[in-house]
Write a protein that binds this ligand. Structure first.
Ligand SMILES: [Zn+2]
Length: 403
């Protein structure tokens, strides 16, 4: 079965006011931020499905008719849709964050339940029992922090900055975890000692547009400005630009982030597909609740060399349905369906899927009728459904499904 689907918006203040409204053809006269558009069945913001001319929350439909998820999916993930598909517009940098493994999430959720922390409390960390690996495909030039750099690189980069050179020395003697814990818990005078010389030295070049976006100093100054951080209230997260990989994705490229990997989205728009969870442990650059002990408990200090998911090249493909390679993902897989006017594509979705039209328009032939989908419109497809799509206006859709 195929149901028309309508997502939910999240108006977090780091979001841009234009990208998502323009893409969805919504009016946004008062300039409200549109940070995220969610498609899925997460209990905190389920999408709506059209059923007998009414709109129902997708989680409720799946509660009543779990067979729509298919036997294979239910055997692995129970009666839940295991993934969440999002469109993001990152105008201001997001917090430095990481996501727990499944067992950490189960433990953390239980603990907070036992302590009686309400689910909606601002200091609540675990909103559900699930892990949250995630992948993303850039819709524009996209910048992010992604995992700790190789140690030799961290030491070299710190040694190049006079005020940070003592940190390089200490990492060599005491190891990264101990020094990182101290950085994250440093007081204001200490942060000033590390950061003010950098800010003073590089500000003129920053203002004249002379810094490269691959440079930590650019992002220190940009973040101060974008997040309006006063010099008297510096954030330990600013030091992370020297510790983590600064990654640039070109439009169409992607990246996968597993549990425990520290990361932060800095700028750009993307498609995100993740396990259905809202568990975020924050480590700086945010006015939201920051739980440093929880962060230090589960952060992954491994040296990371970013693996970019390559851009999709239609001319190199035999089929119009392309699977983005994410070998580590268990809870989700992302496909891209390219279409031209009048082109037909037939496929069977073996597990429950969400199809979202990113550009152009198509229709799904249901035999006795059809569902027309324009840019930004989507459907929920139950497991083992044969899909027949016919292009109307050239474009492409993404399909979230199980591997
Ligand atoms: Zn994340």
């Amino acid at each position: 079965m195929i149901f028309k689907l309508m997502g939910k918006h999240q108006h977090y203040n780091w979001g841009g006011a234009d990208f998502i409204p323009t893409w969805l053809k919504l009016e946004n006269n008062n300039g409200q931020p549109y940070a995220e558009y969610w498609l899925g069945a997460h209990r905190s913001a389920p999408s709506l499905v059209e059923f007998e001319q009414k709109w129902l929350p997708l989680d409720r439909l799946l509660d009543t008719a779990p067979e729509l998820l298919g036997d294979e999916g239910r055997a692995k993930f129970g009666n839940e849709l295991p993934y969440l598909l999002k469109i993001l517009d990152v105008k201001l940098p997001l917090s430095i964050q990481l996501h727990p493994t499944k067992s950490q999430a189960e433990q953390g959720f239980l603990q907070e339940e036992q302590q009686g922390v309400p689910l909606t409390a601002s200091h609540r960390t675990y909103k559900d029992r699930n892990h949250k690996p995630e992948m993303m495909i850039a819709l524009s030039d996209f910048w992010l922090l992604h995992g700790f750099k190789p140690l030799t690189q961290i030491i070299q980069d710190l040694q190049n900055i006079a005020s940070l050179a003592p940190l390089a020395e200490r990492i060599q003697h005491q190891g990264l975890p101990k020094v990182y814990a101290e950085i994250m818990q440093a007081d204001q005078p200490q942060l000033e000692q590390w950061l003010l010389p950098i800010i003073e030295q590089y500000r003129p070049d920053y203002q004249q547009g002379k810094l490269s976006l691959n440079q930590a100093e650019y992002w220190v100054l940009y973040t101060l400005e974008a997040m309006d951080i006063p010099l008297t209230k510096l954030d330990a997260g600013l030091l992370c630009f020297y510790l983590f990989n600064i990654v640039h994705l070109e439009k169409g490229e992607g990246i996968y982030q597993g549990a425990g990997l520290p990361h932060a989205y800095l700028r750009g728009q993307n498609i995100e597909l993740m396990a259905a969870s809202d568990n975020v442990i924050r480590g700086g650059l945010t006015p939201k609740y920051v739980d440093i002990p929880a962060l230090l408990n589960i952060i992954d200090y491994s040296e990371v060399v970013p693996k970019i998911i390559p851009c999709y090249h239609p001319e190199q493909q035999e089929s119009n349905l392309f699977l983005y390679p994410t070998p580590l993902a268990q809870d989700f897989a992302l496909q891209r369906l390219d279409f031209k006017a009048f082109s037909e594509e037939r496929f069977t979705s073996s597990s429950a899927s969400i199809l979202l039209v990113m550009e152009g328009s198509l229709y799904l032939d249901l035999g006795n009728n059809a569902i027309h989908l324009k840019q930004g419109e989507s459907v929920f497809i139950s497991a083992n459904t044969q899909v027949e799509s016919i292009g109307e206006q050239n474009g492409y859709a993404v399909v979230a499904t199980l591997p």
